[in-house]
Design a protein around this ligand. Structure first.
Ligand code: ADP
Length: 448
């Protein structure tokens, strides 16, 4: 089911990435072109207005010169010379059917009949029109404006048509440069987006791998959990029979036979601890560990633990000191889980202490109780101390070589303490000893 989900989300993400590859550049390009278009239209509009204004001014200075064609020709030549933007001025005096040019800065046009539809409408409507056009040259397309209006006498009667060709090559080239710049920016942006998308694909591959690793990790956890469950029951049976045999309930064994049985029992016990701890790890990781939170007297729990492991310490010649008679305010915890933490700290202190003593003491700090298990054991080096609470981490050196363990106890104790709103801290010095402190809040609040 999860695999199907993973494959589905993988497929979706691929489609999503492909859509991004297409949509983002398309959006950027169309946005760029749209803006360029608006820019172009604004420029056109302002140039058209400028052309209309220019031709209006020229027309108003012309009405006195119309009768004298030589003077008129001189005048338009002067205007053209003084205005670099003006490339041609033509004056047409329409007759009933024709539109002959009576003066023009382009000599070949003088006398020519311009039967242009636009000129006809300028004349008939007494209007001003500006047309933009393109002159396709050999190297570049040059833009110009053709403005036409009527020249009127002082009483407002139309006398002639003024036709001016305005070249705005400067603005046109600026305009072209701006458009080229935005096109370059557009190409760079699209290129960068492609680079980003390539990175996205790479991250996406990592993401898929990460999801697969998570899946495999989960399968591994489920496998460990299943195997541990299956092993737990036969182990309990083996332990039960061994116990009966050691205590002579199934027949008599000589001393050597009993010693062998005790050794077998100790190994089965180790196996049982390993299986129990593996089960705890998978319960914690899958959030399945049950906590029965209630007010608990820590003293009671620790006393039980010391009774359970007292002999083990005694057999190693280790003395255990404590201040357990001090009355303590209750903490909000699960008593079994609390016992599990203390068992781990005490067995570790016994295991990793060769000679000396273990001290169990409590201190109260504001709203918290600190329960410390201190030993005079082998201690831990600074580099090992950093990894102490990692899963399966065991310190490997000459001193720990013959001490059995799983490297799971502290990890489990730390996780349980955290779940009960507490934590475990430690201080240690190599060859001098260690002290592990469980801190839990005293206040009776909902810890779960
Ligand atoms: P283990 O089952 O190996 O004891 P733990 O998770 O309880 O696993 O402890 C992890 C490692 O931390 C141990 O292997 C040991 O090297 C080190 N350690 C834990 N407690 C002590 C201690 N009191 N003194 C010295 N080393 C300790």
């Amino acid at each position: 089911m999860n695999k199907v989900k993973l494959l589905f989300s993988e497929k979706l993400s691929r489609i999503y990435a492909m859509a991004l590859v297409l949509i983002i550049p398309i959006l950027i390009i169309s946005n760029g072109l749209w803006r360029i278009n608006i820019y172009q239209r604004n420029i056109d509009k302002s140039l058209t207005e400028k052309a209309a204004l220019t031709i209006g001014i020229i027309a108003s200075t012309m009405n006195q010169n119309l009768d004298d064609s030589t003077n008129l020709q001189t005048k338009i030549n002067q205007i053209k010379e003084n205005n670099t933007a003006i490339s041609e001025i033509t004056i047409i005096v329409p007759t009933a059917n024709d539109y002959p040019v009576i003066a023009s800065t382009s000599k070949d046009k003088i006398g020519v009949n311009l039967n242009d539809i636009d000129l006809i409408s300028v004349w008939s409507d007494n209007a001003t029109i500006v047309r933009s056009a393109k002159n396709t040259g050999v190297t570049k397309a040059e833009k110009y404006y053709l403005a036409s209006t009527t020249i009127k006498d002082l009483s407002g009667n139309k006398e002639a048509i003024l036709n001016v060709r305005i070249n705005d090559s400067q603005i046109d080239s600026l305009n072209r440069a701006a458009i080229n710049q935005s096109l370059v920016l557009l190409v760079i942006t699209v290129f960068l987006i492609f680079l980003l998308l390539i990175n996205y694909f790479r991250f996406f591959e990592y993401f898929v791998k990460f999801r697969k690793i998570q899946e495999v990790d989960k399968m591994k956890d489920e496998f460990i959990s299943m195997v541990s469950h299956e092993v737990k029951t036969p182990l309990a049976t083996i332990k039960g029979y061994l116990d009966m045999m050691i205590h002579g309930l199934t027949g008599k064994f000589d001393q050597e036979g009993k010693d062998h049985l005790v050794k077998v029992f100790a190994n089965v016990q180790r196996l049982d601890i390993l299986v129990t701890e593996l089960l705890d790890v998978s319960r914690i990781e899958q959030g399945r560990m049950q906590f029965d939170m209630q007010p608990v007297d820590m003293n009671e729990i620790m006393k039980n633990v010391l009774i359970e492991y007292g002999d083990q310490a005694k057999n190693k010649g280790i003395e255990i000191e404590n201040n357990l008679n001090k009355p303590l305010p209750p903490v909000f915890a699960d008593p079994d889980r609390l016992q599990q933490i203390f068992s781990n700290l005490i067995t570790n202190a016994i295991k990793y202490t060769v000679k000396g003593k273990i001290t169990v003491l409590y201190t109260i700090d504001k709203n918290k109780i600190n329960a410390t298990v201190k030993d005079t054991g082998i201690g831990i080096s600074q580099s090992d101390a950093k990894r102490l609470f990692e899963r399966f981490y065991r310190i490997k050196n000459e001193k720990t070589m013959n001490i059995s363990g799983t490297g799971l106890g502290l990890w489990i104790a730390g996780a349980i303490a955290k779940h009960m709103n507490g934590n475990i801290s430690f201080k240690t010095r190599e060859n001098e000893g260690s002290e592990f402190t469980l801190t839990l809040p005293i206040i009776r609040e909902r810890n779960k």
